[in-house]
Design a protein around this ligand. Sequence first.
Ligand code: MG
Length: 387
Amino acid sequence: MQKIVILGSTGSIGKNALNIVRCFPDQFQVVGLAAQSNYALLERQVKAFRPSVASLADKSAAAILAKRLQGTGTEVLGGPEGVIETASLPAADRVISAIVGSAGLLPTLAAIYANKTVALANKETIVMAGELVMREAKSRNVAVLPVDSEHSALFQLLENRKSHEIKRVILTASGGPLLRLSEQKKKTISQKEALAHPTWKMGPKISIDSATLMNKGFEMIEARWFFDLPESQIDVVIHPQSIVHSFVEFVDRSLIAQMGFPDMRIPIAYAMFHPHRESLPFKLPDLTAFPSLTFEPPKPKSFPLLTIAREALQTGGTMPAVLNRANESAVAAFLEKRIGFLDIHKIIRKVLDAYSPSPINTVDDVLLADRWAGLKTERCIQTVSRK
Ligand code: MG
């Protein structure tokens, strides 16, 4: 029986992870759940899974939850420090880190410091502080398992391979809902159109990141740290059907793909059961029902954020943390209808151009860069939205 904590249990990954727990009640016991502010759903999850601790980062939401859960035996913690405490519960073996955005960094580090196996869905943690996170995990002999479908694919392809055998890895990108749209049309695209992802069902932030391809830029940075590969060995190809989740090209020019129907439950389960594979009771389309598979290079002009992400990765240090925060704030501003779709990359470019990166020695270096970028991005957003 594995004792698990789910950080971000009310989000898309968290709900899927709980679905898997529901299918395997003899294999998992939920000991902690954490979310941002959705107390109504967290209350239902607590009543169904009976964890010893539930936490909400939003303190007023936590107060409501505490009232509703009185007498149930589940302790309610509030505030970011409550989430961090949940991430490091002594009873837990494995922590599924699925908080969206930079709020996932400190809880994920807390889980690593507490020697938990981490199933990491929160890619922003790796983008912001991949070097630090992997260094801390390695020094404690803590496994950090990727949940992101592309990295789950690469992880499966690269297990027990020597680094000198690898020529490059190729991340696949669906291209998002705006792949064939002209730049002119993108100017006036609505939030709803940008959110309509063609193949994956995901939360709003990552759906916008998929439409801009920032998501793939982040995934290049993720691959850098998960697999200790130089930037020059990480490529991206557009594959609109999302059936191939990534390729590894070996030095003998053999190209190996990991494939499957685009359903996040598969990589989530892989990270939950690893090192074992479990038979999953889901009905999915058969191979013969798969669409034809196509591959094309991403056009740099259509996806400037892919180029910007590669530059940030090359620069290194605190630059990716600034990229992450600039993107998080710009995407939020787009979702709040304060700026247009094409303003996202323009604002991010401005913020990065104004920044002088430094090396990452401690987590404070990352948090400082994050704070600087938050303020700078907000000023850029205000300039654009006033026009
Ligand atoms: Mg992905």
